[in-house]
Design a protein around this ligand. Structure first.
Ligand code: NI
Length: 248
């Protein structure tokens, strides 16, 4: 059995979310972690987690930095005690689209890191072209968790692992000319989580189609070949990793 540790199953992207979840169950993906990004999607997460096998994380993504409100933050704080809310996320820093909001992004990120520390929950971190600032902010708090959609160098990977983070690997690893393959080859399996990041980052050979949690199997197959381990063993180790970080 597999778990998709990071997906966005929201109405904005899918017409039939129940159908997508059933598809996952039937493919042997019995658990999904749905990650909220803004006020609206965090509310959808609270509804989705009523389904069996569906867990949630709630947080405010850096791309939402100029739209989010104090009320959105209070909503997160109010709901972090829910037993099926297993982390604060997706939170982080993204300078690809918005270097001009750097200060605001850091402020929002650190407010949420403080929440994670207060509730003793892991964090799901989005970091794009912002490695140094991400590490600086993380170091200010007693936090642990996942670097979602990790795409950095081997050196960066080692720093995160040393800080107590796992690395989220998704369909990007199946893309042609992707340096990540060489990095992941050298990273021990016990530091890796498998995720789809649905609806984005659809793995090869399904590029161009919308991604969904059942595609975790294609990612698992690719990683098992890359690492030279049997699929069953990969599933066993990555499931143990999930238990270690998220306690599910
Ligand atoms: Ni995501």
């Amino acid at each position: 059995m597999y778990c998709d540790t990071h997906c966005h199953l929201f109405k904005e992207y899918y017409e039939d979310i129940d159908g997508i979840i059933d598809n996952a169950y039937q493919s042997g993906v019995n658990r999904m972690i749905v990650s909220g990004c803004d006020g609206k999607s965090n509310k959808e997460v609270m509804k989705l987690i009523k389904k069996e096998g569906v867990y949630g994380t709630i947080g405010l993504h850096p791309e939402d930095v100029l739209n989010c409100t104090l009320e959105d933050l209070e909503f997160i704080e109010r709901n972090l005690n829910h037993p099926k809310i297993i982390a604060v996320g997706e939170i982080g820093l993204d300078y690809h689209y918005g270097k001009e909001t750097r200060e605001e992004q850091i402020h929002l990120f650190e407010l949420q890191l403080a929440l994670a520390e207060k509730f003793n929950l892991p964090v799901v971190v989005h970091s794009r072209e912002a490695t140094l600032d991400t590490i600086n902010s993380l170091k200010k708090f007693k936090v642990y968790g996942v670097i979602h959609s990790f795409s950095g160098s081997l050196e960066t990977a080692k720093i995160y692992i040393k800080m107590g983070f796992l690395l989220g690997v998704n369909g990007v690893i199946t893309f042609k000319n992707c340096n990540l393959k060489e990095v992941i080859k050298k990273i021990p399996l016990h530091s890796i989580l498998l995720e789809t990041d649905s609806p984005y980052l659809t793995p090869v050979p399904f590029r161009g189609k919308i991604n969904e949690p059942c595609k975790i199997l294609n990612i698992a197959e690719f990683v098992s070949n890359l690492k030279g381990v049997k699929l069953k063993e990969l599933a066993r180790i990555t499931n143990e990793n999930i238990k270690r970080v998220f306690d599910i």
